[in-house]
Design a protein around this ligand. Structure first.
Ligand code: NA7
Length: 547
């Protein structure tokens, strides 16, 4: 870190960290309260994940308008060109938001926050950025996103590799020409699936290193070139935005059939599966029978349908077995299914090889590629790590945060995350996080979760200011109760049956394995946090200090 350069901004009320969906939403609403607000953003522009993830094929797996912010100022004269937009269009969306809401004037770019310390002498946060900038806001709102800390596993010998290697979330801004190259992709999660299906046609040779097959489902992408139709649809937008808050997963369509799977006849089930599949998006997982996530036999039936759908697109029986195994490696839905467009057809191409790491593991990187346990050296020019993130917690704990009594948040969470309502943590007063751990977060549609949590935080800050409190601090017993609830809900489903899953932190060696998200659904979450606020912030201490 460079030397400290204090910036005289004593009047700063709120510092927001991160200028993605969460940061932008918070900035707009907090400014409306008349507060002085600034965003510190590590990247050079707006967009959050859509700034960092610019690998070929990067696009959102939630369709529009479900993925829109509900602010009419934004959606009224914005039209999308694809149902599931790519990162370039999402960046243009952020430019549009800026035009409408004048966001950039209150954002400091290239400012990575590295430390935050609560100063009890003045009851303000002291925030330090990597370039040495220091600010002292009353409130700190972390909108760092759930996937802010990329994870690259250590690959022995990688330093000797003479080609180039990138993590998907650290892709060069100016792109990378992969035409005619021999490319290896490690990882087949959401990022892996997207990059693989995009580049297979361009590269000379693609070698995919797969540890667990992705249960990818049909995106059913659509071009939206008829803007008149989109404009007409807008009469429904307010209803869609209201409805998405009343569902389990924050999509207006994410309503489950009332029947359990085996209460429906085989014909009914088949028709239901086919319908959800052809409608596309997350419907096949989010509108499936409710017991699929708790009943193994019901889950097996869904897996069988999925397996048949996938296998009929693959020519080679060996590929069929690797990509859609006879014995499911984990229950359907235990890992987030990706949305694919032509992912499986990629494996019918002569220039694509699939290495099943469960059969044959990676030994090391060599100067010319990757050596696998069968003694084969896969010659590569480029290695792409599509190996995911230290999700949910990593974006927060990579900032050195100290609260009351000098307590470190990272130390506090070393034995497991403790938050009150997935919004605050005891002894870190006036600090909030949006779209972080122990909230519905990535278990739900991003904008819905962000708006529910964001509205709560805005109202809470308003309450503190209106009532002349100095700060709000979560009570430890409330936090323990919330933790118990999160762990309990996480234990009810089949989701903990996957060997490695970022839902449970088991994708990162050494990370505590426990449910990192509130799995009780968006509507329930909204009800709980609203109730807490309406009861005068039950489970929190509201302190008034006079100086
Ligand atoms: P994910 O979904 O965490 O996927 C990471 C992939 O990388 C996954 O296939 C992993 O296999 C694989 N992986 C991780 N470590 C290794 C090692 N050491 N060796 C081989 N393979 C490995 O990350 P994404 O970026 O794709 O998506 C994250 C979320 O971002 C996504 O769900 C969206 O919400 C956006 P595994 O499955 O653990 O066997």
């Amino acid at each position: 870190m460079s030397t400290t350069q204090p910036v005289a901004r004593p009047s700063l009320d709120v510092l927001i960290v991160g200028a993605g969906f969460g940061g932008v939403y918070m900035l707009h609403h907090l400014r409306k309260l008349g507060l002085t607000v600034n965003i510190f953003e590590a990247a050079s522009d707006l967009g959050g994940v859509w700034r960092n993830n610019c690998y070929p094929g990067a696009r959102v797996d939630s369709e529009i308008p479900e993925y829109d912010l509900s602010l009419e100022e934004i959606w009224r004269d914005w039209n999308w060109t694809e149902k599931f937009p790519g990162y370039e269009e999402l960046r243009r969306y952020f430019n549009h938001i800026d035009q409408k809401l004048e966001i950039r004037k209150d954002v400091s770019f290239n400012k990575r926050v590295v430390a935050a310390r609560f100063d009890t002498d003045v009851d303000r946060w002291e925030i330090t950025a990597l370039d040495g900038t220091v600010v002292n806001p009353r409130f700190l709102v972390l909108c760092t996103g759930f996937a802010a800390k990329p994870y690259t596993p250590h690959l022995k010998g990688i330093d000797l590799f003479q080609g180039i290697s990138y993590h998907t979330a650290e892709w060069p801004e100016n792109g990378l020409d992969l035409k005619g190259k021999r490319v290896g992709v490690i990882g087949t999660g959401a990022s892996g699936v997207q990059v693989i299906q995009e580049i297979a046609k361009d590269v000379e040779q693609l070698t995919v290193f797969q540890r667990t097959p992705n249960y990818a489902v049909a995106m059913q992408q659509k071009k939206l070139d008829n803007f008149k139709e989109q404009e007409k649809m807008k009469t429904l937008y307010p209803a869609i935005f209201e409805r998405r808050r009343e569902t389990i997963a924050g999509y207006s369509y994410s309503e489950l059939p009332s029947k359990k799977l085996f209460d429906a006849t085989p014909a009914e089930r088949l028709l239901h599966f086919e319908e959800q599949w052809s409608l596309g998006g997350f419907r096949f997982s989010l509108r499936n029978y409710a017991d699929v996530v708790v009943n193994q036999a019901a889950n097996d039936e869904v897996y069988e349908f999925w397996k048949t759908k996938v296998r009929e697109r693959l020519h080679d029986p060996d590929m069929q077995e690797k990509l859609a195994p006879s014995i499911p490696p984990h229950p359907f839905g235990a890992k987030r299914p990706s949305l694919e467009q032509h992912y499986y057809e990629v494996y019918n191409r002569p220039n694509v090889e699939l290495i099943d790491l469960r059969q044959c593991s990676i030994v090391e990187a060599t100067p010319e590629g990757i050596l696998t346990a069968d003694g084969v050296e896969h010659k590569l020019d480029v290695i792409i790590f599509a190996t995911g993130f230290d999700t949910l917690m990593g974006g927060i704990t990579q900032i050195d945060i100290h609260g009351l009594g000098g307590k470190s948040l990272k130390d506090k969470w070393a034995d497991g995350v403790a938050t009150n309502l997935g919004l605050t943590s005891a002894d870190f007063p006036n600090m909030f996080f949006i779209y972080g751990p122990q909230a519905p977060t990535a278990f739900s549609n991003g904008p819905t979760c962000i708006e529910i949590q964001g509205d709560w935080v805005v109202n809470c800050i308003k309450y503190i200011m209106d009532n002349n409190f100095t700060y709000i601090n979560a009570r430890e017993e409330a936090e323990q109760q919330w933790r118990k609830k999160v762990l309990f809900l996480g234990s009810l489903t089949l989701f903990n049956k996957a060997e490695t899953s970022w839902y449970f932190g088991s994708n990162i060696p050494g990370k505590i394995v426990e449910p990192y998200m509130f799995m009780g659904g968006v509507q329930k979450y909204d009800q709980i946090i609203t109730e807490v606020a309406s009861q005068g912030y039950m489970g929190f201490d509201l302190c008034s200090n006079t100086y």
